[in-house]
Ligand binder design. Structure first.
Ligand code: ADP
Length: 490
């Protein structure tokens, strides 16, 4: 099959979060399976050029219709760690992709509406006729609209669209001007609530809704999150739209890149290990303790790795820290906080805990230290309020670190409680709690710490169960191929 990914991110060249990892990891998996994959991205000024090999001008004069005129673009081509990437560079006073960041500009919706239009115009003019166009996130929500309302009639009648929603919270809203800019026109048609009209604001068009309504198939990044989007308020107003399009909506879990996250080959940890040499994991625990000035005592080490923001359940992270210290465990936090009030709170906590021999807070992003934390910790807490998929728990499992998670989104699909899961014992790999409160997380921490002290052999068995889990791209890759095949033939 010939697949074109249209995305605002691709790791590591344009990377802000999980979406970028998915675009890279899935493309790689599809290529391993023999499919032809190309990725189309904006040519941001902040691209990490050191990750692009052989950047060359591929299409010199692409004129993209925009309002009543057209914008002149160049399209570049290069390899990003083996992936084939095209970069669209508009030459206009709007300087759409010259903002120093990927997102966060006041005109983000117009920037990505332009990108969507330019992508289709490029495919049309460069004679690219993929079997499937796979679009990612709200920024590409207009691609299927433009395909089915315009480009289908200009030589692209057979293309199919798969649309992946990475997060329902960010939806992309704008007014009528987007229709005139992209030459869709006909506001009375598109503002219909069965099409693009936003649920809460009748004067706004909703890009994410556009993607759901117009694509041939819609996925989100785990089955758990797909269920929550359908049945709870986590679709942020799009629940009814999903209900109407239920037959073409499903969850496909994200994969982990085991080339990067694998204790057997990880160059960023001092002692490599696998299932057969698990005792070497304890050497990493010693290394972590040395690095963070923690005392060497017979105690389990519990960690939190991740952004400190309200989505991640920070109040429970704080609570877990005190619970651990009061119950014979050590605690490490590794995470930056984008939110000033949470940031202030954790810096105060860090100062209070400064000399504590069993606790360390590192309030920043540190990729290298993250590897050592996964390898050195005994347990990791993920008490999220919502979690579309979550990478942390899957990485922890690979490193034999027991995840203690709240039962939300992708966490429900990847972590199975040692005591209460309905799965066979050999598939149980961690601890799960339900309520987002102190009693909830305490119940799981108590059981985990209790097992560590009282039944070390059983704890080790649980670690091995986790290390045997396969959360690579292998299964999700096949799921996506099935989706592509389905939409090609229906
Ligand atoms: P989200 O995408 O919502 O931030 P995920 O669990 O999907 O959360 O992915 C987070 C990724 O970022 C994981 O690979 C994790 O290891 C990494 N990460 C999170 N916090 C840090 C940090 N402070 N330092 C280094 N890596 C981090």
């Amino acid at each position: 099959m010939y697949i074109v990914m249209v995305a605002p991110e691709c790791a590591p060249v344009a990377h802000a979060g999980g979406l970028g990892d998915v675009v890279f990891g899935l493309s790689r998996e599809l290529e391993i399976r023999g499919h032809a994959v190309e990725i189309i991205l904006p040519k941001y000024d902040c691209l990490r050029y050191e990750h692009i090999w052989g950047l060359t001008l591929d299409y010199r004069d692409l004129w993209v219709p925009w309002f009543k005129g057209a914008i002149h673009c160049s399209v570049w081509f290069g390899h990003v760690h083996g992936r084939k990437c095209f970069f669209i560079e508009p030459h206009s006073q709007d300087r759409f992709f010259e903002r120093g960041t990927l997102y966060g500009a006041a005109d983000d919706t117009m920037r990505f509406a332009f990108f969507s239009k330019a992508t289709l115009e490029f495919m049309l003019k460069a004679n690219k006729r993929p079997d499937v166009i796979h679009c990612h996130g709200w920024p590409t929500g207009l691609v299927p609209v433009l395909l089915y309302e315009i480009y289908k009639f200009h030589g692209m009648p057979n293309q199919r669209v798969c649309y992946t929603i990475h997060d329902f919270k960010h939806q992309g809203l704008d007014g009528e001007r987007v229709l005139w800019a992209t030459n869709l026109g006909r506001p009375e048609y598109y503002f219909h609530h069965d099409r693009l009209r936003d649920t809460f604001n009748p004067r706004a068009l909703n890009f994410l809704k556009a993607g759901i309504v117009y694509s041939n198939f819609v996925t989100t990044v785990s089955r758990g999150y797909a269920w929550e989007a359908r049945h709870t308020e986590l679709a942020f107003g799009l629940g009814h739209t999903l209900y109407l399009h239920d037959g073409k909506f499903g969850g496909v879990r994200n994969g982990v890149d085991y080339d990067m996250w694998n204790p057997e080959i990880d160059p960023l940890i001092p002692h490599r290990y696998n299932i057969e040499s698990l005792e070497r994991k304890y050497w990493n625990k010693e290394a972590l303790r040395n690095r963070l000035w923690l005392r060497k005592d017979y105690k389990p080490l519990i960690a939190y790795v991740g952004r400190l923001d309200s989505q991640k359940g920070v109040h429970l992270v704080r609570h877990a820290l005190f619970y651990a210290l009061a119950n014979g465990a050590q605690f490490v936090v590794l995470g930056p906080s984008p939110d000033p009030s949470i940031n202030g709170e954790f810096w105060r906590l860090k100062r209070d805990m400064n000399d504590h021999p069993d606790c360390h807070l590192e309030l920043r992003f540190d990729a290298e230290l993250a590897h050592l934390v996964y390898a050195g910790a005994d347990m990791i807490v993920v008490p999220s309020n919502f979690e579309p998929c979550g990478l942390v728990q899957m990485v922890a499992l690979k490193y034999g670190t027991i995840p203690i998670v709240r039962a939300v989104g992708g966490l429900t699909e990847t972590v199975f409680d040692r005591d209460f899961s309905e799965r066979p014992p050999e598939q149980r790999n961690g601890y799960v709690f339900h309520q987002a409160d102190a009693a909830g997380i305490d119940s799981a921490l108590r059981r985990a710490i209790g097992l560590w002290y009282a039944y070390p052999q059983d704890f080790r068995g649980l670690m091995l169960n986790g290390m045997r889990c396969d959360y690579s791209w292998h299964h999700p890759g096949q799921d996506y191929v099935n989706v592509y095949e389905y939409i090609r033939h229906n």
